[in-house]
Write a protein that binds this ligand. Structure first.
Ligand SMILES: O=C(O)c1ccccc1NCC(=O)[C@H](O)[C@H](O)COP(=O)(O)O
Length: 321
């Protein structure tokens, strides 16, 4: 187990190889996205796609946040948070109960591909409506610059009486964000394979487990899925139908990857979430037949006048909660 002192040592650059060796992993100095200009000395490089832009902006944001609230303090705050809720347990129970994929309903005001999705945006009202209408878990966007989300939204929803486990939908590049999410009440956090090198992913996965949190590990293509399937301890994988580089959404992506790797996923007992671009009961049935146990849905619910009632429309029936 890592304790807070060990995490601080890691962050401050003092190696903790003995601890890492005992856990069978190698530790890098810190998590860092790959910059196209890295090593070239070119400080005028432009991001190649939106994902890279988000990650570059995140570097700046996280370093500013850390200057205000250092890691040590965030780790301490996370230790005072109430225990994390069982995200995977909630998905599994809802899937069994309803016979359709469990719903992770997304509280998202805007996105880079779609702009503002909902002007009249009250995160607590939306979260309560989702829960009342059968969502098993909720996904709360916390990125401010590109999604108009916030950690305040996460915290307010957590403190509003909503019982569903909460996913912090963030672009994680640094362990600081995981502790911060936990301190604000997150039960699960998104780790994106396209953003994180394997060693960082492994280290972050351990941190999530130590905190009692679930890591939803997101992949988009076969290469990413194969990388993730080689990592020990992965329990929940999200297959995103949206390319975060081109914005192209194709629900057959879930089916294609499940056809290729469904056997090994099943053998390892990993739960799969189909993410993005689900607008009709046929879309939900299509990814369900591909083998997913849960779906992550944002746009098709949040754009409706009554996002809670829209759930029954999406599933073709009311969900029991
Ligand atoms: O949605 C975007 O434009 C986007 C751009 C860059 C990175 C991530 C992005 N979205 C995250 C998601 O994939 C979705 O919020 C989530 O899967 C729900 O999708 P949807 O039901 O299509 O809103």
């Amino acid at each position: 187990m890592f304790n807070s002192e060990e995490v601080i040592q890691w962050e401050s650059g003092k190696t903790i190889n003995s601890i890492a060796a005992a856990q069978g992993i190698r530790i890098r100095r810190r998590c860092r996205p790959r910059y196209p200009s890295e090593g070239s000395g070119d400080d005028k490089a432009v991001p190649r796609n939106i994902l890279e832009q988000i990650v570059w902006d995140k570097e700046v944001e996280v370093s500013q946040r850390k200057a205000k609230k250092p890691l040590k303090s965030v780790v301490e705050s996370s230790e005072h948070a109430p225990p994390a809720r069982d995200f995977i347990g909630a998905l599994t129970a809802a899937h069994r109960r309803n016979g359709v994929p469990a719903l992770i309903a997304e509280v998202k005001k805007a996105s880079p591909s779609r702009g503002v999705l909902r002007e009249n945006f009250n995160p607590v009202e939306i979260a309560q409506a989702y829960e009342k209408n059968g969502a098993a878990c909720l996904s709360i966007l916390t990125d401010e610059k590109h999604f108009q989300g916030s950690f305040e939204n996460l915290e307010t929803v957590r403190n509003s009486g909503v019982q569903c486990p909460l996913l912090c939908k963030e672009f994680v590049i640094d362990i600081w964000q995981i502790y911060y999410a936990r301190s604000k009440g997150a039960d699960a956090i998104l780790l994106i394979a396209a953003v994180l090198p394997d060693l960082d992913m492994k280290y972050m996965l351990r941190i999530c487990k130590n905190l009692g949190m679930t890591a939803l590990i997101e992949v988009h293509d076969e290469k990413e899925l194969d990388r993730v399937l080689r990592i020990d301890g992965v329990e929940l994988i999200g297959i995103n139908n949206r390319s975060l580089e081109t914005f192209v959404v194709d629900t057959s992506n879930t089916r294609m990857l499940m056809e290729k790797r469904g056997d090994i996923i099943k053998e390892k007992g990993i739960l799969v979430v189909g993410e993005s671009g689900l607008f009709t009961p046929d879309d939900v049935a299509y990814v369900h037949s591909a083998g997913v146990s849960a779906v992550l849905v944002g746009e098709s619910l949040i754009k409706e006048e009554d996002p809670g009632r829209a759930i029954a429309g999406l599933f073709g029936k009311e969900l029991l909660s």
